[in-house]
Ligand binder design. Structure first.
Ligand code: ATP
Ligand code: MG
Length: 422
């Protein structure tokens, strides 16, 4: 579990800001749900023989002896909250959430025990159009973040329950032929839930699965139509994808459309976003049957991408830094800062109280990522002026304090356009 230090938190804030803007453009509302739920909510929905439930959950007993679990994902809690609060009954809902998730995994780059997801869940829409819109929204998000060229979409359909029952026996007999080559966990899973064998991260088993019967050939007619329509719409919108017949997702509740967005630039932890339809889950958890689709993005992996692509270079905590010669100018510089805060709401200003040399104070201005430095010495204080230095170009001029805000607005904007990618 990681600390998010001040040098990283500004990037997280920017990322969260962009995400909120994009999802807002599609009419979604935020839902905030607890971090702890009853354990059986997750075992019932995610599935007993999945990585998450078998070995990754943080589960404990509380003082009443009830078994609770730190949420490993957001969909189950979202569905529970929707049912309990009557949000899903004969209604359409477009919801999003953002926050920490917990899985006991081996920590490595892109894989942590506390990580953060941004997710969306849509309830009450059955046809493929919402699948299309969701994918379109995600591709817009990648574009807004500047990473669209480094991420691609993998798509598959798991069909209906009947599809999977028909496919099950075919897959089991294929796996039985190769049983000598399967590892312990795959052998355990193949009879309980054979699709889970596809989840393996063991490369030699992946090779065996390359030649396994293809689930797409067992799709029921409605699922097939749904998938074809989705693919055609994506084609006409110019959204590229590859069909990955081995894509099953690591959770049991999915059916029909499943997808992942994958990047090559992060090595093995390349899946940035996963999602799909889960049309039976609401009913399974006690609600009225309600079609649903959602996705979750791993935010740490997005941050790693932004860092790798150097889309984060500027770490800016202030816009304007006020350099002052202590003896004469400290109090006037505090007043000047406040005047600017009133004139330009939202402007971030920091005063230097160190009393050290101007050179040292300028270095600090750079460290805080300031766009503009203002210099106040004895002369400026008595003339009611200030030296304005554009820290990008190095140009400077003297300006009356009463005219300062116009100049600052221009300079700060310019610096933002030049340096910040979002
Ligand atoms: P993986 O195959 O990498 O274990 P998953 O199938 O377990 O992923 P999901 O449950 O689909 O992942 O979660 C959605 C996204 O959340 C993943 O695509 C990934 O970006 C992110 N994620 C999942 N587990 C972790 C983790 N332990 N640390 C960081 N991010 C994670
Ligand atoms: Mg996992």
């Amino acid at each position: 579990m990681n600390d998010c230090l001040p040098r990283q938190s500004s990037l997280w804030q920017k990322l969260e800001h962009i995400i909120r803007n994009v999802i807002g453009e599609y009419g979604y509302s935020e839902i905030r749900i607890p971090i702890v739920e009853m354990t059986d909510l997750f075992s019932r929905s995610i599935g007993e023989v999945t990585d998450i439930v078998e070995k990754e959950m943080y589960t404990f007993k509380d003082h009443n002896g009830e078994s609770l679990t730190l949420r490993p994902e957001g969909t189950a809690g979202c569905v529970r909250a929707g049912i309990e609060n009557g949000l899903l009954y004969n209604q359409e809902q477009r919801l999003w959430y953002m926050g920490p998730m917990f899985r006991h995994e081996r920590p490595q780059k892109g894989r942590y025990r506390q990580f953060h997801q941004f997710g969306a869940e849509v309830f009450g829409l059955e046809g493929p159009n919402i699948d299309v819109e969701l994918i379109l929204m995600l591709s817009r998000l990648w574009y807004e973040l500047g990473i669209d060229k480094y991420i691609h979409l993998e798509l598959h359909s798991l069909g209906s329950l009947e599809t999977r029952i028909r496919y099950r026996s075919v897959l089991i007999s294929y796996l039985e032929k190769h049983i000598d080559l399967l590892d312990q966990i795959s052998r355990q899973r193949m009879y309980v839930n054979p699709l889970r064998v596809f989840d393996t991260k063991n490369p030699s088993i992946q090779n065996i699965l390359d030649n396994a019967p293809n689930l797409s050939e067992y799709l029921d007619e409605d699922s097939h139509k749904h998938f074809i329509s989705l693919c055609e719409s994506l084609d006409s919108l110019g959204i590229k994808y590859t069909i990955n017949t081995r894509l099953v997702r690591g959770l049991d509740y999915y059916n029909r459309t499943v997808f992942e967005w994958v990047t090559e630039i992060l090595g093995t932890q390349g899946t940035v976003c996963g999602g799909g339809r889960y049309d039976s889950l609401v009913e399974q958890l006690g609600g009225k049957a309600t079609p649903a689709i959602g996705f979750a993005i791993g935010l740490e992996r997005l941050v790693l991408m932004l860092e790798k692509l150097k889309l984060t270079k500027v770490h800016r905590t202030v816009d304007v830094y006020i350099v002052a010669s202590s003896k004469y100018a400290t109090l006037p510089s505090i007043k000047l800062a406040n005047q600017l805060r009133e004139e330009i709401p939202g402007l971030r200003i920091m005063n230097d109280f160190s009393g050290t040399s101007f050179k040292k104070q300028f270095k600090r201005a750079d460290r805080f990522g300031a766009a503009v430095a203002l210099v106040l010495g004895a002369r400026e204080v008595s003339d009611m002026t200030v030296v304005v230095k554009d820290l990008l170009s190095g140009n400077q001029n003297i300006c009356f304090q009463r005219d300062l805000s116009v100049q600052i607005k221009k300079l700060v904007n310019k610096k933002i356009n030049v340096d910040i990618n979002y």
